[in-house]
Design a protein around this ligand. Sequence first.
Ligand code: ZN
Length: 564
Amino acid sequence: MGRVSMAVASASLVLALAGCRAQAAEAPAQAGDRAAIDLQQKTARFAVTDLSADLSALPANEREALAHMVRAAQVMDALFLEQVWSGNETTFHLLAKDDSPLGRARLHAFLVNKGPWSRLDHNEPFVAGVPDKPASANFYPAGSTKAEVEKWIASLSPADKERATGFFTTIRRGPDGKLMAVPYSTEYQGELALAAHHLRAAAAATRQPTLKAFLESRAAAFVSNDYYDSDVKWMELDATIEPTIGPYEVYEDEWFNYKAAFEAFITVKDQTESDKLKKFAGSLQEIENNLPIDPGYRNKRLGALAPIAVVNTVYSSGDGNRGVQTAAFNLPNDERVIREKGSKRVMLKNNQQAKFDQVLTPISKVALAASDQGSIAFEAFFTHILMHELMHGLGPHDIVVGGRTTTVRQELKETYSAIEEAKADISGLFALQFLIDKGQLDKGLEKTMYTTFLASAFRSLRFGINEAHGRGQAIQLNYLLDRGGFKVNADGTFAVDSAKIRDAVTSLTREIMTLQAEGSYAKAKAMIDTLGVIRPQTKALLDKLTSVPVDIEPRFVTALDLVK
Ligand code: ZN
């Protein structure tokens, strides 16, 4: 019963981790210790940033509930470490005992990356003697191969196959050497019991019924391994505290994307932004009716809006706090819940603010002329992100091509994601301008939103154009440059041409939505091939950004205060 003792050891890991992070973050830099300094510099690409949330509206009992949720979330860190690699716990304890500058730097990097590999550097190891990061993580048995697991899965009955490929089982080898599926509730029994205990304590403290229902049902799911009911309760949450905790995303399982990694986002609702969203939602049909496309392509009646929650992070952990920080997420992933209840988008406002302050503002100092730097504003940045999310729901989706009913996604195939991301961005600008012209948004936004958008293009492009958001951003930047809406100054900085930007934005919105309405793969492909590229002037600017942080490393000061 190695698993039980492992669980006990990991419960102590939970406590060790909770105490360790702040200490490691202040690793001393000793001149002369080259390796320590090099590693520290790599880790410093994540700018250490205090992340706080305003709890003044919460009564004492709700703060108590929140503190219990933070403790439950701390368990997710230990669980995630265990899921990433079977050697993580041992490595953590070795690093924690090493007081040398290099030891401290390694521990810091380990905690940021949730393992001894640098996620920003193609998982290059930074601890001597560790193997390459396993693509199978710790979800499949040591020594097994992908082909072996695949063959075994193919041999199973439908019911067994569902278990083996499900989100919430690991694959292990039994005493007879055969492969078997082990439920998370057994595999991680000790830690999940601990997390469930904290969630029940939180449920007992809160007086908000939907929150209590979610906390109780999620605690039960940790024990039963059946997450359906608690996923439904998560969709029904209507409370000042918005917790997301459990096994969710499957990226860490690089073999099959079957297995869910543990994470938590313990957050509180942002009332101001939630009200703003509500206001926008009331204008969406009017925006749709005025889209710059053939009226026949417009939706006469928009469907129901998918729920969006704007929140501030109090604490995040596990898969939700490794390497580059999440700015927003869509959950749940369970298709059955999505069919019945839809899914919810959660936007982490204070994470976005931290990224804006630590990354976007320094980028703007390099990318823009001095006279334009005052036109960068978080309000414009975040309002555009909100509108981006809403605009995904507008424009063509279900289409008819040559008499055949189909969808934009089906027709555009692999070009779909980049084109759709570009659409949401550019039509988001179009929509904000529309609301400004109608007097529904402050006129001052006109000055800031285009310049802020320009600076934020470089933030996305730094992550490359192999991913949909970066590729979509390149399309827009190049198109707007070609149309004169953006221009390059003699010194290589970029600027907005306020006389031309509006028409350029309108015309790109028209081009993208029209090719979507036509389901034209050829036009989408041509747009990506000609515009979805990094041109020399952009490359020259990106090369000047090497000293700007890539992202943030949050210090959860509100949470630290709560659990003190
Ligand atoms: Zn998007």
